[in-house]
Design a protein around this ligand. Structure first.
Ligand code: PLP
Length: 379
């Protein structure tokens, strides 16, 4: 069933490897924990993890327990940390599948300790300190009880302590510097008690690229692993190997009369008699509806504009009064064709959103095809 559709997402695992190696160089001597949440930013959780495991990644970060379980069931042995909040009833599964837990409050750490004791296991825990994101974690100014509790737990191994930047990709790093200071003060607790220090980690993509002092023991790259830059001013420093391309085919060709409206709401009207082709992809695949009358695609190496609204499963493209395109022609939505390229950054700008939103929205209705050494490989 997989490749019945003429639409596919191609993933270049060698490009992923090149970006990973580049990040290792930038972050050294810090270790690297690739962040593979949301189906590895749409690139496919298990195949990306397999390649990165073969390269010796120190650990993987996911958002949720179930993403970690998927990796374990696929045979991934690398340590996995679920970065998000946990609910009490999940703790047994974390321990069963050997997935590191985020402890973001004393209450949660106590629940982990109790469950680990009951199951006769040692839980691996990373403490989460909130230094200014106001998402999860104990506030840096009241982290004392969590740290005290952590060193008193007998069934938890404290593997890490971490925080998260709110503004690491801004040009102005003053708040990021303040967050790092707050974090280091908390993390110094272990040193002050002459205890072995857990892994300290804080740096996301933006921080890895422009705030090297924040690399500490471990960095947590997400977006830049996939060759996408987090902000225009960081594009030149960001790893450059594009991992994903999205391709489809022309499935219909028609001539549209001058003044005819195209698609729902007739929000685009042909300025003259023109040729319009239909592409069998839509917002039901995660191709943003905000690209209506706004985005473009590549056909035969030429860039053409989307005409009218993107529908759930199809959209139309104006190839002009004398444009050439035939049923079955390749259409590139993201990626290169001839000398032209459509980037995730470009699309996210047009859609008025973040590149991560564009990537993570591409859902499982589009099959992924994996390449290595120029050849298709199984996921
Ligand atoms: C998503 C996430 C990251 C990775 O962020 P990027 O900016 O995409 O590199 C790192 N740490 C945490 C806690 C996250 O939630």
């Amino acid at each position: 069933m997989d490749f019945i559709r003429p639409t596919v997402i191609d993933i270049d695992l060698d490009a992923l490897e090149a970006n990973y190696r580049r990040i290792c160089e930038i972050a050294a001597p810090a270790a690297v924990m690739p962040i593979l949440k949301a189906n590895a930013y749409g690139h496919g959780l298990v195949p990306c993890a397999r390649r990165l495991e073969s390269l010796g990644a120190r650990a993987f970060g996911v958002a949720f327990l179930e993403e970690g379980i998927t990796l374990r069931r696929a045979g991934i042995k690398t340590p996995i940390l679920a970065l998000g909040g946990i609910s009490g009833r999940q703790i047994g599964l974390f321990l069963q599948y050997d997935i590191d837990l985020t402890a973001s409050s004393v209450y949660k750490l106590e629940a982990i300790e109790r469950k680990a004791e009951e199951m006769g296991k040692t839980a691996r825990v990373h403490l989460k300190v909130d230094t200014g994101m106001e998402r999860i974690g104990v506030h840096y100014y009241s982290a004392g009880p969590l740290l005290e509790k952590a060193i008193a737990c007998r069934h938890c191994e404290i593997s890490g302590i971490f925080s998260h930047f709110a503004t690491a990709e801004d040009e102005d790093l003053s708040f990021a510097r303040l967050q790092l200071e707050r974090f280091l003060e908390c993390a110094s607790f272990f040193e002050k008690h002459s205890l072995p220090a857990p892994l300290r980690h804080m740096a996301n993509s933006g921080a890895i690229l422009q705030f090297p002092e924040s690399a500490l023991d471990l960095v947590r790259p997400g977006l830049i692993l996939f060759g996408v830059s987090p902000a225009p001013h960081l594009a030149a420093r960001s790893p450059q190997s594009r991992v994903m391309s999205v391709r489809s085919e022309v499935v219909y060709f028609k001539v549209v009369a001058q003044g005819a409206g195209v698609s729902y709401g007739r929000a685009w009207q042909a300025p003259c008699q023109t040729r319009v082709v239909t592409i069998p992809v839509g917002y039901g695949d995660g191709y943003s509806r905000r690209l209506s009358n706004n985005g473009s695609v590549l056909i035969r190496g030429i860039r053409y504009p989307i005409a009218g609204r993107v529908c759930m499963d199809q959209f139309m493209v104006d190839i002009g009064p004398s444009g050439a395109a035939y049923n079955g022609d390749e259409v590139v939505l993201i990626g290169r064709q001839g000398g032209e390229e459509i980037t995730v950054e470009e699309i996210s700008m047009l859609a008025g959103t973040d590149p991560r939103d564009i990537l993570a929205s591409l859902n499982l209705r589009i099959p992924r095809r994996y390449y290595s050494g120029g050849q298709a490989v199984s996921g």
